[in-house]
Design a protein around this ligand. Structure first.
Ligand code: SF4
Length: 248
């Protein structure tokens, strides 16, 4: 272990312990320490691996309770290369107790500048869709799979998804909505762990961690292909039907 790696590991642990203290956790379970020491002494485990193991293990054992906790957990995240060019981390916005959550792919240029999801042209269309469902944008929750803008809006890479998806998982676990609506191919494929195309996935309910999930087209795609808006509207009607059913 060279000095820089050592310092990075110490800083990672220090940041995490500060976060735990902030949320009122002053002690670590013995089994957790033991497991971490055992892992770190495994032959061939690099410092980076050990540091990731400790982050994963800690977050698996001690669950954040609020969205604010998740935000603190993300901190000034550098867990993947997308931190290098981002202006803002786009955490998500809306109602912490939302019954419907919309999940898109990743922030674009406008979102990166403002630090909020779906604020550009696609976001305006999403707002119209939400209002057409007789809901308010501030009543639902909106987030993305990836929290930092990929350069030139390229598709996120596998390792970026695995670094960032756990945060969305925690957000969804805390909000615990009745329905998730994924927007576009990428969000549906990531949450449903499938390679199926959005054209065959959309329009049907699936289950994600016990929550109903409806995939539909991404609003940015609908701006380019306005003739397909009718399909998204069909999908939204199914969501409204299901939502009413829950309300009764
Ligand atoms: S994309 Fe996610 S994992 Fe990567 S740096 Fe941003 S917040 Fe961290």
């Amino acid at each position: 272990m060279n000095r820089m790696d050592y310092q990075e590991t110490v800083n990672n642990i220090k940041n995490y312990l500060t976060y735990l203290k902030e949320i009122g956790i002053n002690e670590l379970p013995v089994s957790l320490n033991t497991k971490l020491i055992a892992k770190s002494s495994e032959p061939g485990a690099s410092v980076g691996q050990v540091s990731r193991l400790s982050e994963n293990k800690l977050s698996a054992d001690i669950k954040p309770k609020t969205l604010e906790d998740v935000k603190r957990m993300i901190g000034d995240c550098k867990r993947c290369r997308l931190h290098q060019k981002r202006k803002n981390i786009v955490f998500g916005s809306g109602n912490e107790k939302a019954e419907i959550v919309f999940v898109g792919e990743a922030p674009g240029g406008d979102e990166d500048i403002q630090g909020k999801p779906f604020v550009g042209k696609a976001g305006q269309l999403l707002t119209k869709i939400i209002e057409a469902m007789e809901l308010k944008r501030e009543g639902v929750y909106i987030a993305n799979i990836i929290k930092c803008r990929p350069p030139n809006n390229r598709d996120p890479l596998e390792d970026e998804i695995s670094a960032c998806e756990p945060f969305l998982k925690e957000q969804l676990r805390i909000i615990n909505p009745k329905i998730i609506c994924t927007l576009g191919t990428f969000a549906a494929q990531t949450l449903l762990k499938t390679k199926e195309k959005i054209t065959s996935l959309r329009g049907k309910f699936y289950t994600y961690e016990g929550i109903k999930l409806m995939p539909t087209f991404h609003p940015a795609y609908l701006l380019r292909n306005p003739n397909d808006k009718k399909y998204t509207w069909e999908d939204m009607q199914k969501i409204m039907e299901e939502y009413k059913h829950h309300k009764i």
